[in-house]
Design a protein around this ligand. Structure first.
Ligand code: C5P
Length: 229
């Protein structure tokens, strides 16, 4: 099947404290969004649907003139899952019922290695319903209780979940439709697929697929950008 990416870039990035939407923040002179698109293309994506903030469509259009693969843009929604749903709707308009591998990616994970992208797509092609890249958790982790107490969680059993997450289009479309109907909130797309009873396949992620979220993340991003030229 062809591989298409949905890149969600409609967040404000308020935690980053930037004056432009996070996906347009430049690192090493290149907007995060264009870096993400280049990684997705290098990992096998043939087309991207970019989900943009409705009030910044012009700024995104200007940047996307330099996109390294064919892109379609669509306006996002209030929550991440609304933005993904908008991306899926755009795909359906474009492709009708054609089955494709869909890679759903946070624009802010701009340094994801192409090998991770390819690993996710390959696992979907090999028959997995839902595929996520993960990395081990390095901190000790505690869960806080309602009564202000807390208890330790065995970190050996925990994984941090990254993107791109990969699905057959029919699987993730049905999952998001069901979530929209029931009003169930999720923070990632694998949780949507899991809600519908699909098994989630874990593949090896990479620390470089971290999500640029807070100002400190930009320090690491700049270092990676200068290392790679
Ligand atoms: O807020 P968070 O960092 O978890 O967002 C992850 C990704 O989802 C970001 O790339 C952001 O642009 C995107 N997003 C979106 N629409 C929203 C909220 C977040 O496309 N309403």
């Amino acid at each position: 099947e062809p591989v298409v990416a949905i890149v969600v870039a409609a967040g404000s990035g308020s935690r980053l404290g930037a004056s432009v939407p996070k996906a347009l923040v430049e690192v090493g002179g290149v907007p995060l969004l264009l870096r993400s698109l280049a990684r997705l293309a290098a990992g096998g994506a043939q087309h991207a649907v970019v989900v943009v903030p409705p009030d910044a469509a012009d700024a995104f259009a200007a940047v996307l003139e330099r996109a390294p693969l064919p892109v379609t843009t669509v306006a996002g929604g209030a929550e991440r899952q609304d933005s993904v749903a908008a991306g899926l709707a755009a795909l359906q308009q474009m492709l009708g019922e054609q089955e494709v591998v869909v890679l759903i990616h946070d624009a802010a994970r701009a340094f994801v290695p192409a090998e991770v992208v390819a690993r996710v797509a390959d696992a979907v092609r090999a028959g997995a319903d839902a595929v996520i890249p993960t990395v081990p958790v390095t901190d000790s982790v505690r869960e806080v209780d309602d009564d202000d107490g807390s208890h330790v969680i065995d970190r050996a059993r925990l994984r941090s979940v990254q993107t791109p997450q990969g699905f057959l289009r029919s699987v993730i479309e049905a999952a998001h439709a069901e979530l929209a109907e029931t009003g169930t909130p999720v923070t990632d797309d694998a949780a949507a697929a899991e809600y519908l009873g699909h098994t989630i396949t874990l593949v090896e992620g990479d620390r470089r697929a971290f999500k640029v979220t807070e100002p400190l993340d930009l320090v690491l991003a700049e270092a990676l950008a200068s290392e790679e030229g």
